[in-house]
Design a protein around this ligand. Structure first.
Ligand SMILES: [Zn+2]
Ligand SMILES: [Zn+2]
Length: 300
């Protein structure tokens, strides 16, 4: 199989939801796999989420940040400790290109705190993410008004199609409402949690919503991430290209060393078939090979 593309979305012990993260072991794993480059994009979350079912059994790492009413308050990112760890790893693994980074949750909702964090970090790679959706209940229903749900948790209270539509609408608002990130992470995030009893998830059912979000992102000249936690459907990469998208990155979204690079080579092959190519340097974004004029077919 072909070589690995760069892994542009990786978490370590500095991410609050990665109890088994380990930056140094992740670097060792990257060298072992032959990854050209890696970006440590730790979580920065300024929002507070409320679990739909507060009595749900939670893993230790999550319960320590959750109050009895199910309100989760993520801790702040230790930027200083993180940057010191990256510096140590760069020294220890000189052959590996290590990018600093951060994964911002809904930066368009938290502009002041996001700007303060970015000033502090001087990050090489900034991912923009949606993890929380805002759902507007129809007037006259029991819970009229706007409610926030974790996108995975939302399936407990909303129809599966509604979760995906709400999610993609928020992605479009993120794309147009924030200019601080370089790459849109996991446009298919809610598909990870798609309920099995809802049948297979066909992206064509949401084509209009995907295209709208992709067009909004392409209009800002930024990159789309091919996240491999679930394989991104190739048709979405095709829509990205058709809507004017020029650049792509890859992300395993690994939260522990053993998951690094998972699915990246398969994703690279898929993206290549859709007309994207690596840049000059192994850590560059991948770019479209857009054909500007269709050559005439050869005469028989
Ligand atoms: Zn994420
Ligand atoms: Zn992530």
């Amino acid at each position: 199989m072909a070589s690995y593309p760069p892994d542009g979305h990786v978490h370590t012990q500095f991410s609050w939801d990665a109890p088994f993260g380990d930056m140094e072991r992740t670097c060792a794993r990257a060298v072992e796999l032959g990854l050209p480059s890696i970006a440590f994009t730790e979580h920065a979350e300024f929002g507070i989420t409320t679990l739909v079912d507060p009595d749900r059994e939670l893993p230790d790492w999550l319960s320590q940040y959750t109050d009895p009413d199910g309100v989760i308050t993520p801790p702040a990112l230790d930027v200083e400790g993180y940057l010191a760890s990256v510096a140590r790893c760069r020294e220890k693994f000189p052959g590996l290109r290590i990018l600093t980074g951060v994964e911002l949750s809904e930066p368009h909702w938290h502009t002041r705190r996001t700007a303060e964090l970015l000033d502090l970090g001087g990050f090489d790679r900034v991912l923009g993410s949606v993890h929380t959706i805002r759902h507007t209940e129809e007037p006259g229903t029991a819970a009229t008004g706007v409610r926030e749900y974790d996108a995975g948790d939302a399936y407990h209270v909303l129809a599966a199609e509604t979760v995906v539509r709400d999610y993609l609408a928020e992605v479009a608002r993120l794309a147009t409402g924030s200019d601080v990130f370089h790459v849109l992470a996991h446009i298919d995030y809610p598909i990870r949690y798609w309920p099995t009893d809802a049948g297979p998830c066909d992206p064509h059912a949401f084509e209009e919503e995907y295209r709208y979000a992709l067009r909004a992102l392409a209009g800002t000249g930024r990159a789309l991430e091919v996240n491999t936690r679930v394989p991104l459907h190739p048709v979405i990469v095709g829509w990205w290209r058709e809507e004017g998208g020029e650049t792509l990155t890859f992300g395993s979204d690994a939260h522990f060393p053993e998951n690094l690079g998972t699915g990246l080579r398969e994703a690279a092959a898929m993206v290549e078939a859709a007309g994207f190519r690596p840049g000059a340097h192994p850590y560059d974004l991948w770019r479209t090979t857009r054909v500007t004029a269709v050559p005439a077919p050869p005469r028989p």
